[in-house]
Design a protein around this ligand. Structure first.
Ligand code: UDP
Length: 455
């Protein structure tokens, strides 16, 4: 039997590349050869963000194919991205696989595709290669997508996913309650984009439903009642790339590690870590209010201000803000987030509740302050604040703004709540256990590895 060779293909977005990269590292640790396929655009970003000394020194072979968009087109327009990717990538992917398989080196023995890339599962089936679909967020959302036909049948949504009946639904008594006017595909700007995302979610789910393996970046113990609703779905998370000594994480921006030295100089449990992931954009007025809120707390903070966080352009801070907080605030454009969250000086995590950030904060036992932006983040917020009770929501005022007073009050409340901290530490233990030897996620991953090695 030759060496197993997995081709991994993520959806081209930061929160999808990072966990699949970590899964790829895990498989490489188990002896797999890995070919990791990004779009040309993302490949260039990942290579540019990699430290120079690690460009040629990793166990994963990075390759790329076109995404069908022009060089200047905006990849943050997700509706368009979904359409272009599914139209363009199948033929390039097929060509790439054939090229590898005809090269005389290790043939591709399995394809691991992000579930949002159902196209890759179809290509794998056509070529007779075993397939695994990887779901990068919680199992509850996947259960909801499976139930789309029932929701349409019951008159809750129409055939385009738009709400017909406002009500609260719950797929099982221990899963988050969902408002049918705020389902994950509703949390995008325009109805057109909402509908494209809705159809993509369902079409991809159908395309992968009988894949050989269904994996997800969650773990059984945090959402046990979601698994009976997801036939054959195996949780293998939390997958944490940056906390181990991996050089290749798949970052789109260069990490600024100076914040780790800065954290070393702060007292234990004293710093608010503020980060909104890779997509969130804040209007300038909201950005200012947040800055003034952090100042008002009087606490130390580490704030990730991506170059395009403030209304998609370079941030301008309130007058004199940076000078006033210089002795207790650190601002970076991209942090080694998993290392930051694992640092003993971190007291709480103000987050947009992306699923990766949620898994990372939870794995490190850090209490959350929730500031969701779009997609599954409102559902993740419900998990954090209502189901697991390890964080609080930040609420907006009548003008739709999260005020500086709200920031200050919620920071005080979360830092003063011992119960939240205790529950966060309990969840951390559960997460550690699931990925340690004999844990539920490790067992699932090992089953997958053994099956793929045997092919
Ligand atoms: N991240 C990071 N440094 C930062 C901000 C984010 O490494 O300064 C990583 C974070 O650890 C997570 C990913 O980027 O793995 C963001 O994924 P998530 O699902 O949280 O949010 P998205 O970017 O998809 O909205």
């Amino acid at each position: 039997m030759g060496r197993p060779h997995a081709l991994a293909i993520p959806f081209p977005a930061q929160g999808h590349v990072i966990p699949l990269m970590e899964l790829s590292h895990c498989l490489a640790d188990h002896g797999f050869k890995i070919t990791f396929v990004n779009t040309d655009f993302i490949h260039e970003r990942v290579m540019k963000a990699l430290p120079d000394d690690s460009k040629n020194k990793n166990q994963i072979h990075l390759v790329s194919i076109p995404d069908g968009m022009g060089p200047e087109e905006d990849r943050n327009q997700l509706g368009k991205l979904f359409e272009c990717v599914s139209r363009t990538m199948p033929s390039y992917l097929e060509e790439l696989i054939e090229e590898v398989n005809e090269s005389g080196k290790d043939k591709i023995t399995c394809i691991i595709a992000d579930e949002h890339m159902g196209l890759a599962v179809k290509v794998a089936k056509k070529l007779g290669i075993p397939q695994a679909a990887f779901w990068p967020t919680n199992a509850c959302l996947r259960a909801l997508i499976i139930r789309i036909p029932e929701l349409i049948e019951a008159g809750v949504i129409d055939a385009n996913g738009m709400t017909r009946k406002q009500e609260m639904i719950q797929l099982s008594s221990t899963l988050p309650v969902m408002d049918t006017t705020k389902l994950p595909w509703h949390c995008f700007d325009s109805p057109m984009v909402q509908q494209t995302i809705f159809h993509s979610l369902f079409t991809n789910n159908q395309a992968v439903k009988d894949a050989d393996w269904l994996l997800c970046n969650s773990f059984y113990e945090i959402e046990p009642s979601a698994y009976p609703l997801n036939p054959n779905l195996l949780p293998i998370g939390p997958l944490l790339a940056g906390s181990r000594q991996r050089q290749l994480v798949g970052n789109f921006w260069q990490e600024d590690s100076t914040c780790l030295n800065w954290l070393n100089q702060q007292p234990a449990c004293s710093v608010i870590y503020v980060s909104f992931g890779s997509f969130t954009v804040l209007e300038e007025s909201q950005f200012h209010e947040l800055a003034l809120g952090l100042e008002l707390t009087g606490h130390r903070f580490l704030w990730v201000v991506r170059p395009d966080l403030s209304a998609g352009q370079a941030a301008t801070y309130p007058d004199g803000f940076q000078a006033r907080v210089a002795d207790r605030g650190k601002i970076v454009s991209w942090a080694p987030q998993q290392k930051v969250l694992a640092h003993p000086s971190i007291a709480c995590f103000m987050t947009h509740c992306g699923w990766n950030s949620t898994m990372e904060g939870l794995s490190m036992g850090v209490p959350f302050l929730c500031w969701p932006y779009f997609a599954d983040q409102f559902l993740n917020q419900s998990y954090i604040s209502d189901v697991w009770k390890v964080g609080l929501r930040l609420n907006s005022d009548d003008n739709g703004i999260i005020s500086r007073e709200e920031v200050k009050n919620k920071v005080e409340e979360v830092l003063g709540d011992e119960k939240i901290r205790e529950r966060a530490l309990t969840l951390k233990e559960m997460a550690d256990k699931s990925v340690s030897q004999g844990g539920s996620s490790t067992k699932n991953l090992n089953d997958f590895v053994e099956a793929m090695k045997g092919k």
